[in-house]
Write a protein that binds this ligand. Structure first.
Ligand SMILES: [Mg+2]
Length: 196
């Protein structure tokens, strides 16, 4: 059955372990390992009926290679790569492109959940765009402190294994008519920021 919640998800150090990347002379990732449990979580979320968009910074062949390697490309309903978009997260164009590919409108924003490891890109990008932010606190390679309100995630998980149950909780909350954003970056505040 199709779910209300729509998952936008980062790749590097969210699904793929960047520490295992093997690159060619042009910097294209040829192969890389998944983070433990990430493949199982992604397949489960797909099988449960969630819509999934990859929203990732990097070059297109790298993502083609690693998701072909792990046979996970079929899990994604949208495929948004910064090289193609011409902007990187936290730019709103990345999230807007994913919404466009899925034919979503602004009224759908309250059920879009962005999951990523990067407190400087994924989290402020989602917060400023007005969608739910989930920080995967897993990577040893990135900052672990928020510098401002827009870098504070709505939810925190420590492994991709936690994602299916988090999404299920959020799905139930949406079905009860609850707002999912927990941080100060409410839709009202975003509107105020945009008007200034
Ligand atoms: Mg990342």
């Amino acid at each position: 059955m199709e779910k209300q919640i729509i998952l936008f998800i980062d790749s590097g150090d969210t699904l793929i372990d960047e520490g295992t990347e093997v690159r060619d002379d042009e910097g294209v990732v040829i192969k890389a390992d998944l983070i433990a449990g990430a493949g199982e979580a992604l397949r489960l979320i797909h099988d449960e009926g969630y819509t999934i968009a990859l929203v990732a910074d990097g070059n297109t062949p790298s993502f083609d290679n690693v998701y072909a390697q792990h046979r996970l490309r079929y899990c994604f309903d949208a495929w948004v790569i910064s090289e193609t978009v011409g902007f990187q997260k936290p730019a709103p164009q990345m999230f807007r492109t994913a919404m466009d590919q899925l034919m979503l409108s602004d009224t759908d924003k309250n059920r879009i959940v962005m999951v990523g490891n990067n407190l400087r890109r994924d989290i402020p990008g989602a917060n400023r765009f007005g969608i739910v932010s989930v920080w995967l606190d897993w990577s040893p390679r990135y900052p672990r402190e928020s510098r401002g309100e827009d870098e504070i995630p709505d939810y925190v998980i420590h492994s991709p294994c936690e994602l299916p149950s988090l999404l299920q909780n959020l799905e139930e909350a949406v079905n009860r008519g609850e707002a999912l954003k927990k941080t100060g970056f409410s839709a009202d505040q975003i509107q105020k920021v945009q008007l200034q």
